[in-house]
Design a protein around this ligand. Structure first.
Ligand SMILES: O=C(O)CCC(=O)C(=O)O
Length: 332
């Protein structure tokens, strides 16, 4: 993505402020789902309206400084150890990266698989409450990911719609991504950009970045006329911007002297059958090294690891039900 001339800055009217973190999380028991009344008090009608109109919304004060420091420590540790590489969950988002050594933009899918405490945070509870408020009670946590834009990186994250990455031709979902930087971000260090209103159309034609099908990132051509409407979204650490699955977005390069780290939570509403089964041809032609690593990992015992992870999730569920039951009995 290249931009000519300055872009309009985010109008302050698009910001909203979350209140002080409430007692959503029972830290002793590491229980993360939120209470129903919390969901009801998340976003005002006007904020929801702005989100529907523009396809994104900035949430100030989404995460406390202390919690941010904890998240940073966990995520940096995972990246430093190359966690998830063999499994195909760690890769260079915008480069071929055959060895994983010199990734200019490492992306780690599902960091919470390796650090489940990420989903036990107050941040997770609050974001989940917002997702449920917008998409309904059957909304589920879908996955998380984290992206480092290395210091001095000259590459933008290309324009794309997240839904272009979906592989299910029969169903569609409403999806919400909550992108949170772990340091202040602005135009000089890789902040996000949005095309307001792009959420109202369908899934647009995408292709692999630069037409190179070995790359993970997808790009969607954005016309010069549209670029004039782009909003750049500078944010403080601890703020969070949410966008829908069809909202066109990109992120600027990071020519600054420090890495830029972001953590993203993704939620989905219940699946709906597609009226016309979709074909995302750009996914059929993709042949990435991380997908190959994943196949190799699955064949060499990965299926068993996945089964064990599923069982671990159920254990959390049982604990959660136990805690809810105890609370309910204490109230009665
Ligand atoms: O962090 C970035 O560079 C881009 C993030 C993004 O595109 C997303 O979270 O959907």
């Amino acid at each position: 993505m290249s931009h000519s001339g300055p872009m309009p800055l985010m109008p302050t009217a698009t910001r909203c402020t979350l209140g002080e973190p409430s007692q959503l999380v029972d830290h002793a028991d590491h229980v993360y789902p939120c209470r129903a009344e919390t969901a009801a008090s998340c976003l005002s009608f006007g904020e929801r309206q702005r989100f529907q109109d523009q396809g994104f919304l900035l949430l100030d004060g989404a995460c406390s400084a202390a919690e941010l420091a904890g998240l940073r420590q966990v995520l940096c540790g995972l990246f430093d150890h190359g966690t998830g590489y063999a499994e195909g969950n760690l890769f260079d988002m915008v480069g071929a990266d055959p060895t994983g050594q010199a990734a200019s933009q490492p992306q780690l899918l599902n960091p919470s698989l390796y650090a489940p405490q990420l989903l036990l945070s107050a941040h997770f509870s609050r974001i989940q409450a917002i997702a449920r408020q917008l998409l309904g009670d059957r909304t589920e946590f879908c996955f998380d990911h984290s992206i480092v834009k290395r210091a001095g990186s000259t590459t933008s994250t290309p324009w794309h719609q997240d839904e272009a990455h979906h592989r299910d031709p029969q169903h569609e979902f409403d999806q919400l991504s909550f992108w949170m930087p772990l340091q202040d971000v602005a135009e000089h260090n890789g902040c996000m950009c949005y095309l307001p209103g792009s959420n109202h159309g369908g899934v647009l034609q995408h292709r692999s970045l630069g037409g190179d099908t070995s790359l993970h990132a997808l790009e969607c051509p954005v016309g010069a006329g549209d670029l004039g409407r782009v909003l750049v979204v500078p944010m403080s650490a601890g703020a969070c911007v949410m966008h829908g699955g069809r909202t066109l977005h990109a992120a600027l390069p990071n020519p600054s002297g420090a890495d830029r780290l972001a953590y993203v939570l993704v939620f989905r509403g219940p699946p709906r059958p597609r009226v016309d089964p979709a074909r995302f041809a750009w996914l059929d032609t993709q042949h990435t090294a991380d997908a190959e690593r994943r196949q190799h990992w699955l064949r060499r015992g990965g299926y068993l690891v996945m089964l064990l992870r599923r069982l671990r999730r159920q254990r959390y569920l049982r604990r959660l039900l136990g805690v809810m039951n105890r609370r309910w009995q204490a109230r009665g």
